[in-house]
Write a protein that binds this ligand. Structure first.
Ligand SMILES: NC(=O)c1ccc[n+]([C@@H]2O[C@H](COP(=O)([O-])OP(=O)(O)OC[C@H]3O[C@@H](n4cnc5c(N)ncnc54)[C@H](OP(=O)(O)O)[C@@H]3O)[C@@H](O)[C@H]2O)c1
Length: 239
């Protein structure tokens, strides 16, 4: 089995996910570029390879059982294990996020991708992660999912689907950290900060490369690093 550290980044074809793949690749890691669209996936892999990254494509729609199972099978066959999983793929669910008026489909889309999708991918990848010497899971959350910051009105506009989906992802992260407490797997949630990507019509003030930094930090934690936490570049984010 290869000794090269292997990471899988979901939603790695653009935005913050692409820069996470680039950053992990720059460490000399082999990076699986998880992406649901073949054209966008191939283009990202090609661009990463041109930059010297040992990248390979992983067809992956986090909302689809068969797709996620096939991604795990691909990693099993190609590498035989997984060292780092970055659950980066995420959606707002829809543009209209006002409480009392939201289309329930917007809620469903946000939760299906940002929460259930992450659980689906983690459960499929855990057998592979358990074979790693230092497995890490990074869940890309958001400080708009912080109940403390939501209630103190520190962040963002009203967001009835997206923010609660990230609050639930945070709780899921805590639950997995507790379940995996007796293993060597470290799992944490990260917030990239308000980053200019398609997700917010490029209104963010950080670059995708800056947004990727927290995930790269949490992906490269030492064995005695934290687990079950929520972090941004400046440190701990309150739940
Ligand atoms: N941008 C910010 O300010 C900000 C702030 C806090 C947290 N975040 C979080 O950071 C993460 C990355 O966001 P971003 O800003 O880089 O957004 P983005 O540019 O819109 O990228 C989102 C990525 O997720 C992928 N994706 C969406 N649904 C998917 C699915 N069902 N299966 C697989 N891939 C899927 C997209 O693929 P397609 O190209 O196929 O759509 C795309 O690659 C998200 O979890 C987001 O919530 C972002």
């Amino acid at each position: 089995m290869s000794t090269t550290t292997t990471a899988l980044v979901t939603g790695a074809n653009k935005g913050i996910g692409y820069e996470i793949a680039a950053g992990l690749g720059a460490l000399g890691w082999r990076v699986g570029v998880g992406a649901r669209d073949q054209g966008r996936r191939d283009a990202a892999v090609e661009k990463l390879r041109a930059a010297g990254v040992d990248a390979f494509g992983v067809p992956l729609d986090v909302t689809d059982d068969a797709s996620v199972a096939a991604a795990a099978a691909l990693l099993e066959e190609r590498v035989g294990r997984l060292d780092v999983l970055v659950n980066n793929a995420g959606v707002t669910g829809g543009a209209q996020q006002e409480p009392t008026r939201v289309d329930l489909e917007t809620m469903r889309t946000a939760v299906e991708t940002n929460v259930i999708g992450v659980v689906r991918v983690m459960d499929a990848m855990l057998p592979l992660l358990r074979r790693s010497a230092s497995p890490r899971i990074v869940n890309m959350s958001s400080s708009v999912g912080s109940l403390t910051r939501q209630s103190e009105g520190e962040v963002g506009p009203l967001s009835i689907a997206y923010s609660p989906s990230k609050s639930m992802l945070n709780a899921v992260t805590i639950q997995y950290a507790k379940a995996l407490r007796d293993t060597n797997i470290l799992i944490n949630a990260g917030c990239p900060g308000f980053t200019a990507t398609d997700l917010n019509a490029f209104q963010g003030i950080r670059t995708p490369e800056q947004g990727a930094a927290i995930a790269i930090h949490l992906a490269t934690l030492p064995d005695d690093g934290p687990t079950g936490g929520f972090f941004e570049d400046a440190g701990v984010v309150p739940w």
